[in-house]
Design a protein around this ligand. Structure first.
Ligand code: HEC
Length: 216
């Protein structure tokens, strides 16, 4: 009795092992792209449906869902300096977009010493090698002849905050876009710092002292 029970047990073990062996051999497939035997294909293969085709699952029979009420469409807040959720920039990369950004975009960042200092820190890392420490366009790669002088900031007439931001966003001429390296807040801090460079190093148009007028 005891013996036969053991016999049965060892036969069962052998059977399970054989089944496992057969299974592991059968489940191998030479084609690496093949998923092998699929037991429940509809669990992981959803039925594909074309966008805007008929889908009876929804009450309006449309396969694509409409945006939820209150959705703000991309680019619909043109005067927002941050765009929507700090991601969307409303002005297109065209001359009109550049001019519109120049007219309507204003720096939302407060002109404080702290913000300007943060702008300076970014400027040293991202801009100085081209534009130079003072903003005159004599950065290190310009000085060693590897890059043409971009010109001083103050040589660019009508360079408003919005235009600066726009140029950083898309790039301009030989200057690449900095949108992927700098978020919008950082770019506005850079605008603050560039403005401070212009105020400090740009050409001074001081009125002549009153007592010198008319003399000479
Ligand atoms: C690879 C060199 C290079 C780097 C790096 C660079 N710039 Fe420029 N930048 C230029 C050149 C060249 C121009 C002139 C583009 C033109 O007018 O054709 C320019 C133009 C500008 C202008 C004037 C844009 C306008 O609308 O006329 C601003 C402002 C400016 N850069 C700011 C920055 C700031 C801020 C950074 C750092 C985030 C930066 N640049 C990084 C090369 C560079």
């Amino acid at each position: 009795m005891n013996l036969s029970y053991k016999k049965i047990q060892s036969k069962t073990v052998a059977l399970v092992m054989a089944a496992g062996l057969v299974f592991s051999i059968v489940s191998c497939n030479k084609n690496p792209q093949s998923p092998g035997v699929e037991f429940m294909p509809d669990m992981y293969r959803g039925p594909a449906s074309e966008p805007y085709s008929v889908n009876e699952f929804y009450s309006d029979s449309l396969s694509s869902r409409k945006p939820v009420p209150g959705t703000i469409s991309q680019g619909s807040i043109p005067n927002s300096p941050f765009g929507v959720n700090n991601t969307i920039y409303a002005y297109p990369n065209t001359n009109e977009g550049y001019e519109a950004a120049g007219n309507f975009l204003h720096n939302p960042i407060a002109n404080t010493i702290e913000n300007t200092e943060q702008g300076k820190d970014l400027y040293i890392k991202f801009c100085q090698h081209c534009h130079g420490e003072t903003g005159d366009g004599n950065g290190s790669i310009v000085a060693n002849g590897k890059f043409p002088n971009p010109g001083s900031y103050w040589s660019k007439a009508g360079l408003t905050d919005g235009k600066m931001f726009h140029s950083m966003n898309y790039g301009k001429g030989l200057m690449g876009s900095h949108a992927s390296q700098l978020d919008k807040e950082e770019r506005w801090k850079l605008v603050l710092y560039v403005q401070s460079l212009i105020a400090k190093n740009g050409p001074k148009t001081e009125a002549a002292p009153a007592d010198t007028i008319g003399k000479k």
